[in-house]
Ligand binder design. Structure first.
Ligand code: TYC
Length: 101
């Protein structure tokens, strides 16, 4: 019998990698009122007025802004809830998620 075919693997992966965190990203649009964006950021992401205003203005000027990072399921739930808050008022406000590098 061939030595190669029967030998026991000598290296075993010992460590489990930590699950990647996911970014929640606020996307700019031309229709959602600034103050409403600030209200949603405060309600869903526990920001104060100043933090929420800065994030909103960064998305407004640059097109998008990272709001926060969470475990995948938390990021997706918060992005969905925040997007729904806009939709319930007829606004195209959008929050997306993507994994951190
Ligand atoms: N651009 C919007 C306005 O001028 C405000 C806004 C900012 C909307 C950030 C979405 O992610 C956003 N009314």
């Amino acid at each position: 019998m061939s030595n190669i075919a029967t030998r026991t693997p000598t290296k075993v992966k010992l460590k489990t990698e930590r699950p990647r965190l996911h970014k929640v990203i606020l996307v700019n649009d031309d229709y959602t009122p600034r103050e409403f964006v600030v209200t949603v950021l405060k309600a869903e992401f526990r920001m104060n007025e100043d933090q929420a205003y800065r994030v909103m203005m960064t998305a407004h000027r640059r097109g998008a802004c990272v709001v926060a990072v969470y475990a995948k399921d938390v990021a997706e739930t918060k992005a969905t809830r925040a997007t729904e808050a806009g939709r319930s008022k007829g606004y195209p406000l959008l929050f997306t998620t993507e994994p951190e590098e």
